[in-house]
Every structure is written in structure tokens, then in C-alpha cells.
Design a protein around this ligand. Structure first.
Ligand code: ATP
Ligand code: LTN
Length: 326
């Protein structure tokens, strides 16, 4: 059995990009693996958060985890800050990574762009992510394409420490889905769909009402050619809609191109609204059931304890290797 680990930030607005790129795989992977899914609240404070809102968002994401199908009997579901090993290991990894490699991270470059000064946590964010993964000896890390560079860094750090201190960490592999790995913004199909974009019509959040979903999709940016075909370079808008359609329906892009041969963009969009609303309805219903339940709190508490037991073992091994403590 392989160990699977992944995390999502509790920053609200979990969207279909997060779902198709990451959460959907989480559910499949829990069936045949030893899966651990984290709500990475310490990552979210790399940018300012309102404490009251943050706590609500932690519960929102936990409820969404369960609403999309994660089962606390099959997977460990827990909150990062409940396990002190993440911060502890992060420091040890910080001492074994270089400012040069962190400066090359595109996420850091994007998030600090134009700012006179950026929080140090934004810079060392990928090290905390490496700690999350290495703390649990993860073999597989299912994430969206945007996290590729962070996974590479995690591998580099693990290999570096294994070479220097002897076998300490499992070197993990990223796992990326084929369709949905990079869902683009509906209003600007050249940038990725993001929680933090100002325009709410740039994304479809998992909890959006049908009327909002309809508005966002019908407004989505396309082109003036009028032909439905997949071509990311020249037709990023239509290609993005086809990818979303394919990921939700299970139909291949080729099948969709055939289905919509000589049809208008309006028809494609209308059908996509229906497919999306239908896919999200059961998730939304389950979310409403679980969000304020004791079941959710119990699952997180139990998950935290089980995660901590694994983390403590790793920390003991790591401290031994480094000669830390007694
Ligand atoms: P955002 O940029 O929307 O704030 P994020 O990547 O910073 O998202 P997370 O909530 O931590 O924040 O992401 C959870 C998972 O969703 C990650 O595995 C990430 O790769 C994936 N993901 C995020 N955006 C997309 C997207 N547009 N398409 C596919 N996967 C995505
Ligand atoms: N950096 C990721 C979230 C994240 C993560 C992790 C993903 C934090 N720690 C460990 C996988 C494994 C993001 O922004 N999407």
C-alpha cells in the first residue's frame, strides 16, 4: 500500500479547479492507498487572514473534503496546525535549503510581484510544504499542475538530506490528472482559475448556486471563430470549457468535438451549465448536512491524533539523524 498525502489551504471559495485538479483524485486514491489529507492552515497565514474567518474556512474545507467523498474511515483528515511536527520539521529543512532555489519558485515570484517587501513566510512556503509531505513518508502527492515546482523542490531537499545524513526521507512523486490539471479562469483563460481573483465570475466555486454558475459560464470569454475545437494556443477559452466539460462528464475531448461539430458556442455553454450544476448538486447537499455537525469535529480530532502519531515517529528518526536533542 502506498502512502498518499496532499493539502488544501483554508482560504474559502474552493473552486472547480481545486476539485478537478486535486480533490477528485483524493477521493479515488483513498480506495487503494493509505491516504492522508490535510487542511494547511499554517500555509494560509503567509498572507494576512482574519482569525475568525480563518477558523470558519478550516471547517468549510473540512466539510468540503467530506462532501466530495473523503471518508474519515478510509483517510486521515486533519488540520495542519494540530500537529506540531510540521513546523518543527520545516525548520530543519530550512537549514538544508538555499535562498537561490526558493527565489526561483514561480508562486513566490507571482505573489510578491510589485511589492516592496514580502513576508518571509511567503518565501519559505515551499519548505513548509516539503515538511508536510516528508513528515508522513508520502510516496504520492496528488496536486494540480501549478504545484509541480514545489514537488520538485521537496524531492531535491529529501535527496540532499538522504545523501548527507543517510536514508531519512521517502522521496515522493507528484501525481497530476490529465483533464482538469489546470483549469483556467473563465474571464481570462490565460491565467489559472484562482480563489483570490477579484471577479467572482472568473471561477465556479463548489458552493455556487445554479444561477451563479449559469451566469459565469454564459459570460465566459471565448473567441470569434465560432468553431468548437480544442486548441489551447489559439482558442484558450473554448479549450478550457471543453476541458471542464470533459472532466465532469467523462467524455473525451475528441468525443466532445464530434458532438459539437457545427454547433454554436451558446449550445456548448448551455450544456456545460447543466453538467456542472448536476455534478455539484450532491456535493452541496452533503456539505450542508455535515458542515455544522459533531461528526465533522470528531473526524478532525481523530485525524489529528492519528497524524500526530505518525509525525512523532518521523521526528524521532529525523532528530536522531541530525543529532538533535538527547
Ligand atoms: P488558488 O490559486 O486558487 O488560491 P492554490 O493553489 O493557492 O489556489 P490550494 O487551495 O492550496 O490553493 O490548492 C489546492 C489544490 O488545488 C492544489 O493541489 C492545487 O494545485 C489545485 N489547484 C488550484 N488551482 C487550480 C486550477 N486552476 N486548476 C487545477 N488545479 C488547481
Ligand atoms: N501548496 C499547495 C498546498 C499544500 C500542499 C501541501 C499540497 C500545502 N502543503 C502538501 C500537497 C502536499 C497549494 O498551494 N496548492
Amino acid at each position: 500500500m502506498k502512502r498518499v498525502f496532499s493539502g488544501v489551504q483554508p482560504t474559502g471559495n474552493i473552486h472547480i479547479g481545486n476539485y478537478l485538479g486535486a480533490l477528485k483524485q483524493f477521493v479515488q486514491l483513498q480506495e487503494e492507498n493509505d491516504a492522508i489529507y490535510c487542511i494547511v492552515d499554517m500555509h494560509s497565514i503567509t498572507v494576512p487572514q482574519d482569525p475568525k474567518v480563518l477558523r470558519q474556512h478550516i471547517l468549510d474545507v473540512a466539510a468540503l473534503y467530506m462532501a466530495v467523498g473523503l471518508d474519515p474511515k478510509k483517510s486521515i483528515i486533519f488540520v495542519q496546525s494540530d500537529v506540531p511536527g510540521h513546523a518543527e520539521l520545516s525548520w530543519i529543512l530550512t537549514c538544508n535549503s538555499y535562498t537561490g532555489e526558493l527565489s526561483r519558485m514561480t508562486q513566490f515570484k507571482q505573489k510578491s510581484k510589485g511589492k516592496e517587501s514580502a513576508p518571509t513566510g511567503l518565501f519559505t512556503y515551499p519548505i513548509l510544504m516539503a515538511a508536510d509531505i516528508l513528515l508522513y513518508d508520502a510516496d504520492i502527492v496528488p496536486v494540480g499542475n501549478d504545484q509541480k515546482q514545489h514537488i520538485e523542490l521537496t524531492r531535491d531537499i529529501a535527496i540532499r538530506i538522504n545523501n548527507k545524513y543517510g536514508e531519512t526521507f521517502v522521496v515522493p512523486e507528484g501525481q497530476f490528472v490529465k483533464s482538469g490539471a489546470r483549469v483556467m479562469a473563465l474571464d481570462d483563460p490565460t491565467s489559472k482559475m484562482s480563489k483570490s481573483a477579484e471577479n467572482p465570475h472568473s471561477r465556479i466555486s463548489l458552493l455556487d448556486e445554479p444561477s451563479k454558475i449559469k451566469k459565469s459560464i454564459m459570460k465566459a470569454t471565448t473567441d470569434s471563430e465560432g468553431v468548437i475545437r480544442f486548441d489551447i494556443e489559439n482558442k484558450p477559452g473554448i479549450s478550457n470549457l471543453l476541458s471542464i466539460y470533459s472532466a465532469f462528464s467523462g467524455l473525451s475531448i475528441e468525443e466532445l468535438e464530434k458532438k459539437y461539430d457545427s454547433q454554436g458556442y451558446g449550445t456548448l455553454k448551455k450544456d456545460l451549465v447543466e453538467i456542472t450544476v448536476d455534478a455539484l448538486a450532491p456535493i452541496q447537499a452533503r456539505y450542508r448536512e455535515i458542515r455544522d455537525s459533531q461528526e465533522l469535529l470528531d473526524a478532525l480530532k481523530d485525524g489529528g491524533q492519528r497524524a500526530n502519531a505518525i509525525a512523532e515517529k518521523t521526528m524521532k528518526r529525523v532528530k536522531d539523524r541530525f543529532g538533535l536533542g538527547l
